[in-house]
Design a protein. Structure first.
Length: 139
């Protein structure tokens, strides 16, 4: 049992080192192309991160923790830079409802499923969902 635990820890450490080396090499490459690091934004750097690949199926609550430990501040800065599509999303206590923030056609389909659930109605919702536009209306 101890051998398995040691093997898992060694594999995790190895993966972390490889991921960080890969990220640093990308930074060097991008930095040269962009005439230095000053021209790179947090969002640009975050987009270059290589996300950890989930491997475990059981007891994996902390899998990938080292990625977020190492890159957490960069990811937070990138989210700030990326912003939100609708300023009302910044304050969840503003009293705005979910239906006000998503496309009206999608909101009606969701309300229909809630009122009378069926596979056909769920499929109708799924067909309307588009990650680029579903979260916020253009009003």
């Amino acid at each position: 049992m101890t051998d398995i635990v040691i093997h898992v820890h060694v594999r995790v450490i190895y993966n972390v080192i490889i991921a960080q080396m890969s990220f640093l090499l990308k930074l060097l490459w991008i930095g040269e192309l962009c005439v230095g690091y000053a021209s790179l934004s947090s969002l640009d750097l975050a987009r270059e991160l290589v996300q950890p690949v989930p491997r475990e199926r059981r007891r994996a609550e902390f899998e990938g923790w080292d990625f977020f430990e190492s890159h957490g501040d960069l990811i937070k800065d990138a989210w700030k830079e990326f912003g939100v599509a609708d300023a009302r999303l910044r304050d969840i206590s503003s009293g705005v409802s979910i239906e006000e923030l998503i496309e009206p056609k999608l909101a009606r389909a969701i309300a229909s499923v809630r009122a009378d659930p069926s596979t056909a109605k769920e499929s109708a919702v799924t067909s309307l969902f588009n990650a680029s536009s579903a979260y916020c209306t253009n009003s």
